[in-house]
Design a protein around this ligand. Structure first.
Ligand SMILES: Nc1ncnc2c1ncn2[C@@H]1O[C@H](COP(=O)(O)OP(=O)(O)OP(=O)(O)O)[C@@H](O)[C@H]1O
Ligand SMILES: [Mg+2]
Length: 397
């Protein structure tokens, strides 16, 4: 890796003085940066854009993603930029996935949480310094792993992928869609959860040892009506442990080139080809509950996975449990043992889960309003805000 390059000239556009102030405070701790603030809306700088944007490395702006005239203003501004200027939208916690998409479709390279709402500007700035917009073609990878059998890992993988899909009417165009891959090769159930025909693509791959290519994906992936592409586990048992690290790496590379988001359901056994998954994952979602044995197993699993990947981004998801109003001593203890906040809760909802299973459909189709569906939707939105879909076009429209 080359040296991290620190951005030098930054402009903040926000109608809110406290936001501009929070950013300039945060920037004080970052060396070599010059910051200018513009208090106003994104539309109010049109006309002065060329002068304001010239020589900027980063433009941070706050815009109302629900307002078409603000989106137009972003498009006009992005069209005026020089090659290296990066546009970063500031999102508040109420922003929906659809709004995040509108911002990136209008030309934002990135969307980050407002610094006043816990966004870590220092981290974001160093991340922004690392990659130029043109390098951001690859989709984000979220991997799901379980603390014990039957805890709901596959349910989360399927429904997270479903909730990351762009809503109806926003499909096509710029969006590259979402891919779901069942890497629980021996016992995978994604195919039956989504009522897909049986197929043996991954079995063949393990059997003949070839490196997957675009044609392999075309033949083996099924696309559902909601725009989700699925690669199911093989329906027959086979030499799946013999899949190589190279094969899985190539598979993930291909999927990430094609899709905005890739969600992978991992096996419960540790296999040698886990390495490329851990290397490429933006987030690993470890599904558990708060029982003592599950928490202990999570701890062991995190230690095991992190042995070769010290910065592994593991988050714990508590399934079958409702977020408690008050944290008990036991919960605080669990959170301490795991060295993580316990802030992702998916309630138990057997009616919704059963309806989805019976119909072979994602929860959103059969129980859109259930508490379980809504919790997974909220998780999808927060992941999408943190890992925004990559901007697909930098050309003026
Ligand atoms: N929050 C929930 N509320 C009610 N039922 C749930 C919930 N999450 C999952 N289930 C149900 O629990 C069962 C097991 O779920 P799932 O297959 O997702 O678990 P898993 O961890 O992938 O299991 P496996 O060990 O078989 O891979 C399924 O019948 C599913 O519908
Ligand atoms: Mg499973």
């Amino acid at each position: 890796m080359s040296m991290k390059q620190v951005p030098r000239s930054m402009l903040v556009i926000s109608p809110d003085r406290t936001v501009a102030k929070a950013i300039s405070d945060a920037v004080l701790s970052v060396p070599n940066i010059r910051l200018d603030s513009e208090i106003g809306t994104i539309g109010s700088v049109n006309g002065r854009a060329v002068r304001l944007l010239s020589g900027r490395d980063i433009v941070l702006f706050q815009a109302d993603a629900a307002d078409p005239s603000e989106l137009d203003a972003i498009r006009r501004l992005v069209a005026e930029r020089g090659g290296k200027t990066r546009f970063v939208a500031l999102a508040d916690e109420h922003m929906s996935l659809a709004q995040v998409r509108s911002l990136t479709e209008a030309g934002a390279d990135d969307v980050m949480p407002l610094p006043t709402q816990g966004g870590d500007l220092g981290k974001v700035l160093s991340r922004l310094g690392e990659t130029a917009p043109a390098d951001r073609k690859m989709g984000h990878l979220f991997a799901v792993i379980q603390a014990r059998g039957g805890i709901g890992a596959t349910t989360l993988a399927v429904n997270l992928a479903d909730q990351l899909c762009p809503p109806k009417g926003r499909r096509g165009g710029n969006s590259k869609g979402v891919a779901l891959v069942d890497l629980d090769l021996q016992y995978g159930t994604i195919g039956s959860m989504l009522d897909l025909p049986e197929q043996d693509a991954l079995y063949q791959l393990a059997f003949d040892g070839t490196i997957p290519d675009a044609q392999f994906l075309d033949l083996s992936m099924k696309t559902l009506p909601q725009g989700l592409s699925v690669l199911a586990a093989p329906s027959r048992l086979g030499p799946v442990d013999s899949l190589s690290t190279e094969q899985i790496k190539a598979l993930l590379d291909l999927l990430r080139e094609r899709a905005e988001y890739v969600v992978a359901d991992l096996p419960h056994v540790m296999v040698p080809w886990m390495d490329p998954v851990l290397r490429q994952a933006d987030t690993i979602l470890l599904v558990s509950d708060t029982t003592v044995p599950a928490v202990r197993h999570c701890r062991r699993l995190i230690d095991f996975l992190a042995a070769d990947h010290p910065d592994l981004p593991v988050r714990v998801v508590l399934n079958h449990e409702t977020r408690p109003l008050f944290r008990s001593a036991a919960l605080r203890e669990a959170s301490r043992a795991l060295e993580r906040p316990l802030d992702i809760w998916l309630p138990h909802d057997s009616r919704a889960a059963r309806a989805a299973a019976d119909r072979g459909m994602p929860l959103s189709r059969v129980a859109g309003r259930s508490a379980l569906t809504r919790s997974i939707r909220r998780l999808a939105r927060s992941l999408a805000a943190e890992f925004p879909p990559s901007a697909t076009s930098h050309l003026p429209m």
